[in-house]
Design a protein around this ligand. Sequence first.
Ligand SMILES: NC(=O)c1ccc[n+]([C@@H]2O[C@H](COP(=O)([O-])OP(=O)(O)OC[C@H]3O[C@@H](n4cnc5c(N)ncnc54)[C@H](OP(=O)(O)O)[C@@H]3O)[C@@H](O)[C@H]2O)c1
Length: 266
Amino acid sequence: MTSLLVIGAGRMAEAIISGLVAKEKNRFSSITVSNASNMQRLDRLKRTYGVHVTQDAIGKAASHDVILLAAPPEAHDHLLEQLKEVIDHQLVLTVAAGVDPAYIEARLSTGTPVAWIMPNTAAGIGQSMSTFTCGKYVDNHHRIIIDYILSSIGESEELSAEKVHDLTAITGSAPAFLYAFALGLEEAAVNYGVNRKQARMLVIQMLKGSVSMLEHNGDPQLLMDQVASPGGSTAKGIEILNEQGFASILKEAVRATNNHARTHNE
Ligand SMILES: NC(=O)c1ccc[n+]([C@@H]2O[C@H](COP(=O)([O-])OP(=O)(O)OC[C@H]3O[C@@H](n4cnc5c(N)ncnc54)[C@H](OP(=O)(O)O)[C@@H]3O)[C@@H](O)[C@H]2O)c1
């Protein structure tokens, strides 16, 4: 059996822990969680998920098989510096934006197996689309553990580190872009006189149906053409989106997100 130490006890740590403990057979013999200072939060996680908690993650690291960093990217340098002194080739994982395997390997002893997982907030309901990439020293046994963690929060796709960087905006941040889109439509509906609750319900169901259509058909252009018959009213709306550069705005948002995430990896 394998023991897991989670450093950082925020939203992403909780999403992963809740996914792991909900699994029929939890392969971790123990899960210990730590954060920077918030003891109340640790107590809540302990009561809710039956995990162990500690405020001395570094002191506990040597006795754990897998260490999962769920702290902010800017906390990584110091954490890795401290971990280097106490661990001996345990598997080290991070979910931090922009912190790739080469970055972690450079700060830990040679031969340490490491991997970088990029989940999104839907991890909290087991629906994340996570990307991940493994470092040089990850073997099949480590991969089984990584797969196990990833499957507890949704679907995953292994990519090169470069591609995980490039797709951070698409799988990690684009949910926020979609919520901005939903909010915009909600505001438009409210402006036509429906109340906020009705507007929200209308937009959510429209999005649900559209995602199901995408799942069935897979081709957004074809689905778009089915709604927007030439010369029709939807085509008029699409014309405005095109004129205002909808696609290029999205590309620009993706580029800015990725550039910002990469600053933590320099
Ligand atoms: N939320 C997302 O959708 C998402 C998606 C992909 C990746 N991520 C990544 O997940 C990581 C955590 O994000 P989050 O959304 O869970 O953030 P969060 O809710 O703000 O939680 C951050 C956690 O890290 C702890 N922490 C901060 N500095 C620490 C340190 N030096 N040592 C130990 N613990 C420390 C905090 O402890 P205190 O509360 O005691 O300060 C808190 O428990 C980030 O690296 C982020 O890039 C998040």
